[in-house]
Design a protein around this ligand. Structure first.
Ligand SMILES: Cc1cc2nc3c(=O)[nH]c(=O)nc-3n(C[C@H](O)[C@H](O)[C@H](O)COP(=O)(O)OP(=O)(O)OC[C@H]3O[C@@H](n4cnc5c(N)ncnc54)[C@H](O)[C@@H]3O)c2cc1C
Length: 384
């Protein structure tokens, strides 16, 4: 049986980051990931400055900067009229931009990093089927190629996503509910004049967001009245044309999907020797692009907590409590910001009063504060 300091269930962006941090410090760690390979379907596109600062600390930020595209500015439109700009150049810290990079590339960079630290740490096609707590550790059984294997460790971290098996095993309630909002999303070749700028259209028929991606692509996120069951590029093209007059018909589509949004937060981020991080612990609306970034903030906090717990065995309970409290607080603040973004994007909130307020907000100095809110500054005192 393989003996570890830490077992990580789930090798998505959060599990891989946490594993890299632990391996870097010389801890023995196994990551069990049920998928054969990284999912090429891109969900997240934005890495915020707070995460880039973590990557810099870990010594991997250059790999992201080489592949990503720096968004330094966002344009705000009311229907089709430009209201103003939000620039990130006045934000604190060394990274005054949001880095656009598809999630699959992010996972690829993190996976290569983990493999460079320990080529055997990540086990793919390994689905965790059973987790048992022992007096001084945890044991996990996983399934691979029709056989069952057992690994043991001092602690197990559930980074296994929204439907977390680890969370269910630990019987931790996941409180929350869906929002009424739904969106259709598509990546196209970029045929706009926006260049490296994002553009947000608060339209009376519903929000449109448009973000540059590397390789001359652009992502469009369009609010829909209800969840689109069979998302097709033609539908996004029609909505974009109707609301803002831009023609996407000649642009090449690369990926089309639709999504509903929810918010969920685990009642506690630990139980016994099991901890939760990433979507296993919390889900916020992707409008505002914070979910994965929140996961990394939590994973860093989790890493610091585990380091102390491994150095001072017997005191882990108290440290886990502090981790849970701090990260839950950060998530609640982030969820409120995401809710505000969604509220603004709803057709019913397109009245004169909102328009006037926005006209003021997108001018300096208010726009500098908005830029900080959009880039996840000021979430939780430990990180400010
Ligand atoms: C449309 C959309 C757009 C988004 N855009 C953004 C954005 O711009 N910015 C942002 O910050 N966030 C964004 N997000 C959120 C982001 O995608 C998630 O927060 C992020 O993927 C969470 O990472 P994770 O590692 O916690 O979980 P996941 O990515 O879900 O990874 C969990 C992993 O665990 C594995 N797993 C599950 N069960 C088991 C098991 N029993 N055994 C072994 N392995 C298991 C899964 O195969 C998976 O690989 C977006 C989400 C959506 C849906």
């Amino acid at each position: 049986m393989l003996e570890n300091d830490i077992i990580i269930a789930g090798g998505g962006p959060i599990g891989l980051y946490l594993a890299g941090r632990l391996l870097q410090k010389g801890y023995c760690c196994t990551i069990l990931e049920k998928k054969t390979a990284i999912d090429p379907h891109s969900k997240s596109l934005g890495i915020h400055p707070v995460s880039l600062e973590l990557f810099e600390k870990a010594g991997i930020v250059e790999k992201f900067l080489l592949r990503g595209l720096k968004i330094k500015k966002g344009l705000a439109f009311w229907n089709r009229e430009k209201l103003g700009e939000i620039t990130f150049e006045h934000c604190p810290g060394p990274f005054r931009y949001i880095l656009a990079i598809p999630q699959w590339q992010t996972e690829q960079i993190l996976q290569q990093w983990v493999e460079s630290l320990d080529p055997g740490a990540l086990i793919r096609q390994a689905e965790v089927l059973d987790i048992t707590e022992k007096e001084s550790g945890v044991q996990a059984i996983y399934h691979k190629n029709g056989k069952k294997y057992t690994v043991s460790g001092k602690y197990l971290i559930g980074c296994d996503g929204k439907y977390s098996f680890a969370r269910k095993t630990a019987a931790i309630p996941f409180d929350g509910s869906p929002y009424p909002d739904s969106y259709i999303m598509g990546d196209f070749s970029d045929n706009t004049d926006f260049g490296r700028q994002a553009a947000i259209f608060l339209h009376k028929k519903g929000l449109i967001e448009s973000f540059p991606l590397p390789n001359g692509h652009r992502r469009w996120v369009v609010k829909t009245d209800q969840r689109v069951k069979k998302p097709e590029s033609r539908y996004i093209c029609d909505l974009v044309k109707e609301r803002i007059g831009h023609s996407l018909y000649e642009a090449e589509p690369f990926m089309i999907s639709s999504f509903g949004v929810q918010h969920f937060l685990a009642k506690d981020l630990y139980s016994g020797r099991i901890l939760l991080a990433g979507d296993a612990a919390h889900v916020v609306s992707p409008i505002g692009g914070q979910g994965m970034n929140l996961g990394w903030l939590g994973a860093e906090l989790c890493f610091l907590t585990l380091k102390k717990s491994l150095q001072h065995p017997g005191y882990h309970q108290k440290m886990f409590e502090v981790y849970s409290k701090k990260q839950r607080e950060i998530v609640k603040q982030a969820a409120r910001r995401a809710e505000m973004n969604m509220w603004l994007g709803r057709a019913e909130n397109s009245g004169k009063a909102v328009e006037l307020a926005l006209r003021l907000l997108v001018q300096p100095p208010a726009s500098h504060l908005l830029a900080k809110l959009f880039t996840m500054r000021g979430l939780g005192r430990w990180w400010v």
